[in-house]
Design a protein around this ligand. Structure first.
Ligand SMILES: Nc1ncnc2c1ncn2[C@@H]1O[C@H](COP(=O)(O)OP(=O)(O)OP(=O)(O)O)[C@@H](O)[C@H]1O
Length: 245
């Protein structure tokens, strides 16, 4: 379970004035959910996502994952805790000079796994995302959708409880988007991994999310349930986002 307790984040602009990217907000995401963060550009979605693994440290408030307060951890404690939180990026962020298998192995090497355990786990993850026959290729030899599957396999490799996905399908065409979303959904269902996904596409929310937090100018406007691929926001901004879909 992820608990954001009154977290906030402000950035300093070039002219030294301060800008509130995330106003104080609280949110609880249950283990096993696929939870969306949605809003217009600049709403604070990515910043909020990055507060969950402390890639951005909140100015105030606490972030609890499985009841551990990440904001109270030392640097080494935080490194350890991050093993439990995978991340998937819009532009994949693969290492171009490493093979697919070695990209997936990377977080396991950092975490100090043995070579034998890494080899087994990499094969498992390749299998899960359907890329077993591509293990010796390099990222430049894969399509966008395949690259994102490698990104997902890499995030999954250390057996995290949580995967944070920042616009994972925004660089992909609609058909590839569908297959990448199915891959995320499959991982969620098979391994009960909580997935938090930032998107500006309502279709992504409809397809795979259980709930979505709607953000507007750094404020949490409402949290909406998604049932049978439908959602009925109450807020004006939520209704606008649905209407524009
Ligand atoms: N490191 C930073 N320094 C200064 N301002 C920042 C920083 N990171 C984000 N911001 C600002 O905070 C606001 C929220 O950014 P964020 O990326 O979280 O929004 P978003 O909803 O994900 O938007 P988008 O859909 O465009 O990516 C934006 O105005 C952005 O310019």
């Amino acid at each position: 379970m992820i608990v954001l307790d009154q977290v906030s984040k402000r950035f300093q602009r070039r002219d030294k004035s301060w800008f509130d990217a995330v106003h104080p907000l609280s949110l609880t995401i249950e283990q096993g959910e696929i939870f969306g963060l949605m809003g217009y550009s600049g709403a604070g979605k990515s910043t909020l996502l990055r507060l969950i693994n402390l890639l951005e440290r909140p100015d105030n408030g606490r972030v609890l994952i499985d009841e551990h307060d990440l904001t109270a951890l030392s640097a080494s404690g935080l490194r350890q805790a991050r093993q439990n939180i995978g991340m998937v990026f819009q532009q994949f962020n693969l290492l171009s000079n490493r093979s697919i298998a070695d990209n997936i192995a990377f977080p396991l090497e950092i975490a100090g796994w043995s070579k034998a355990d890494i080899d087994v786990r990499v094969q498992e993850c390749l299998n899960i995302v359907g890329l077993s026959e591509h293990s010796d290729k390099y990222p430049s030899q894969l399509s966008g959708g395949q690259k994102q599957r490698v990104g997902i396999a890499r995030a999954l490799a250390p057996r995290p409880h949580v995967i944070l996905a920042d616009e994972p399908t925004s660089a992909l065409d609609p058909i590839t988007t569908r297959s990448v979303l199915e891959c995320l959904q499959d991982i969620n269902q098979r391994f009960n991994v909580t997935i938090v996904i930032v998107t500006h596409e309502m279709s992504v929310i409809r397809r795979i999310c259980n709930r979505v937090a709607l953000l507007d100018n750094g404020h949490l406007v409402e949290v909406v349930n998604v049932e049978n691929n439908q959602l009925y926001p109450q807020s004006p901004v939520g209704q606008e986002l649905v209407r524009e879909d």
